[in-house]
Design a protein around this ligand. Structure first.
Ligand SMILES: Cc1ncc(COP(=O)(O)O)c(C=O)c1O
Length: 391
């Protein structure tokens, strides 16, 4: 069969490939523990599930407006008011099929062939491929461990060209967990305004920031310069709702209209029942979020203490999300030439699934998710440590 040129440019998801390999080994009877997961190991809160059950019983099962039911768009706007003091109306909000569709909508709405998108590395696996699918050119901006995997106006300037249209920022980050402090975020925002580009701020982990760090959002910059900022968020990580597929985006009303046009020809509204669940989540108690945040903070410390004790290993201490991204390149040699080889050895010998850093644009590192129970995490990391010290 002959496929499109676009398809030939994109890679299959590395996370999916690792999951497939883990499944294969499980089928052979191996007890694989997955630290490759990108979702909380908690259940969706009961009041959110109940709202969905009520929606079904009330026959709230028909098409809704493409950008979401009005109450939910208001609630998403209210989220930015509650957490970041930003006043905005429903005309600045679209509800999408996960945070992912907000990103696709934006890239599709704005990019023409030859337009460049700055993506600081390590980056979430999907950004470059999403840009390619939207006919843009991803431009990777490397960061260092010394800078805590954070970029800066000086670094961005090295990669900026007159074709640069968008900068993608992700804080807290998948895969590093690193979180921009407000002053660093402000400096980048000011640079973007000066350079006349749009910052797509993926803030999907903003509820999972560990004290003393504080969540910093670019939404106050959106309030001042709506043409320069689009803020993407969703309920997958904060409310353990990965399967429900609810994302939301705050952007200039013209961009929202363009995203609405694309979504209307693509998927229409997101599931009506999931919208009612999301409404209950955003307008109800955030107690469940707090419980998860405390558990993740404890596990971050637990996992970091084990990983930091591995000989020659350096791991930046992250302030958010639920990933650690240690540099394991000290274990590379003629037979183990990079993170893909190392992740394969870890999977086969320690029976632990991870994601090789090469998938996130940094081949020195391997991503470990700590969204698993404390005992499982301890046992799995100890097994990895034993395998590494034998190398
Ligand atoms: C950084 C980042 N952005 C966006 C998403 C997409 O989230 P959703 O499941 O809401 O599409 C993920 C999911 O892993 C992510 O890690």
């Amino acid at each position: 069969m002959e496929f499109s040129l676009k398809l030939s440019k994109i890679k299959p998801s590395a996370t999916m490939a690792m999951n497939a390999k883990a499944q294969e080994l499980r089928a052979q009877g191996k007890k694989i523990v997955s630290l490759a997961v990108g979702e909380p190991d908690f259940n969706t809160p009961d009041h959110v599930k109940q709202a969905a059950i009520d929606a079904i019983n009330d026959n709230f099962t028909r098409y809704t407006p493409v950008p979401g039911i009005p109450g939910l768009r208001d609630a998403a706007a209210g989220y930015f008011k509650t957490f970041y003091g930003v006043e905005s109306g429903p005309e600045t909000i679209i509800i999408t099929n996960g945070g992912k569709q907000s990103l696709y909508n934006i890239f599709t709405a704005l990019l023409n062939p030859g337009d460049e998108v700055l993506i600081p590395a390590p980056y979430w696996v999907s950004y470059p491929d999403m840009v390619l699918l939207a006919s843009g050119d991803p431009v990777i901006v490397p960061t260092t461990q010394e800078s805590g995997f954070l970029t800066s106006p000086e670094e961005l300037d090295k990669y900026w060209t007159p074709r640069t249209r968008i900068l993608v920022l992700n804080s807290p980050s998948n895969p590093t967990g690193c979180t921009y402090p407000k002053d660093k975020l402000d400096a980048i925002a000011a640079w973007a305004v000066e350079r006349n580009i749009l910052v797509v701020s993926d803030e999907i982990y903003d509820q999972l920031v560990y004290p003393p760090a504080e969540p910093a959002s670019l939404s106050p910059w959106f309030a001042k310069y709506p043409e320069h900022f689009a803020i993407c968020n969703g309920l997958a990580k904060s409310f353990a709702m990965t399967g429900w597929r609810v994302g939301f985006c705050m952007a200039h009303p013209d961009l929202i209209k363009a995203m609405n046009k694309i979504q209307g020809q693509q998927t229409s509204n997101i599931c009506s029942i999931a919208q009612k669940a999301a409404l209950a989540a955003l307008t109800g108690s955030f107690e469940g979020v707090k419980v998860m945040r405390e558990a993740f903070e404890r596990r971050r410390d637990l996992a970091l203490s084990i990983i930091s004790a591995w000989p020659g290993v350096h791991c930046v201490k992250p302030d958010g999300a639920f990933y650690l991204f240690p540099d394991l390149s000290t274990f590379y040699n003629d037979a183990v030439t990079g993170s893909a080889d190392l992740a394969k050895i870890i999977l086969e010998q320690a029976e632990v699934a991870t994601v090789p850093g090469v998938a996130f644009g940094d081949d020195r590192c391997v991503r470990f998710s700590y969204a698993v129970a404390d005992e499982v995490l301890t046992d799995a990391l100890n097994r990895v440590g034993e395998v590494l010290t034998r190398l």
